[in-house]
Design a protein. Structure first.
Length: 255
């Protein structure tokens, strides 16, 4: 019974954006797993926590465990959720086509299970989908997504397993300090660059305003960007956001 209680407590903390509390509860649930057997639910939740803590290798390991357990149990929904985690991690690493294919795999398996996405995963999914589509463009994204939809269980698992051991292929150098940012911190930089206030960021990410400010303090320490305008320039230099299009009728800047 304690496994269920701690997993539920961890999930509630994760939804509230309290990552330290989520980690503490889920660590206890993971210990219980060693006695009663592995759980795809605990592994998935720990995967999301580790992703937000900036530990992609740990997150991939957890989603890999979830994938293995779900395959063994014939759990199509579990395969879908584990594939979603790997898709988000692929996007974090700049593997845009692979991320698009894995997103298609994830949706296909959830469709086979006849289930909708849970609220938390739906939010992570949409944020990742938006980023992948922005990078690939509509046509390339649609082709990658469609490539993953018809895969069999074994084909999908082979693809997902390759993601577990894939090297990081990102080549372009990043602005100083950016490499130190976790996936969640990059997400905040993007939102700041888009003009969101602390309160708007908190509402969008389902975290407390104080958590947003703590993240921003760490981001400033890592990047040296003290002002929001500095963070916006950083996001533009790194290609995290596109320059705003000029308003219709606006005068072009002078020479």
């Amino acid at each position: 019974m304690s496994y269920y209680l701690y997993n539920d407590a961890g999930l509630r903390a994760l939804r509230a954006g309290d990552i330290p509390a989520a980690r503490a509860h889920l660590d206890v649930a993971a210990l219980a797993m060693q006695v009663i057997g592995e759980s795809s639910h605990v592994s998935d939740n720990l995967g999301w926590v580790l992703r937000q803590e900036g530990d992609p290798d740990g997150a991939r390991s957890m989603f890999g465990t979830s994938l293995r357990v779900s395959r063994r149990n014939g759990d199509h929904a579990g395969i879908g959720y584990a594939s979603l985690g790997l898709a988000c991690l692929a996007a974090d690493r700049g593997e845009w086509h692979q991320a698009g294919v894995l997103h298609g795999v994830a949706q296909a398996f959830l469709d086979r299970a006849g289930e909708p996405w849970e609220e938390l995963e739906a939010r992570y999914r949409q944020g990742s989908l938006d980023g992948v589509r922005a990078r690939l463009g509509d046509d390339q994204f649609d082709r990658a997504y469609a490539e993953g939809m018809p895969l069999s269980v074994d084909e999908a698992l082979d693809l997902a397993r390759r993601q577990l051991t894939a090297p990081d292929l990102r080549q372009p150098p990043e602005p100083p300090g950016l490499a130190q940012l976790s996936a969640r911190e990059r997400e905040l930089v993007i939102l700041v660059a888009r003009g969101a206030t602390d309160a708007q960021i908190a509402a969008q990410l389902y975290i407390a305003v104080s958590t947003v400010r703590s993240h921003l303090d760490r981001i400033r320490d890592k990047t040296g960007c003290r002002r929001r305008a500095d963070l916006t320039r950083l996001a533009l230099q790194a290609g995290l956001v596109e320059p705003a299009a000029p308003q219709a009728g606006a005068r072009p800047p002078g020479p």
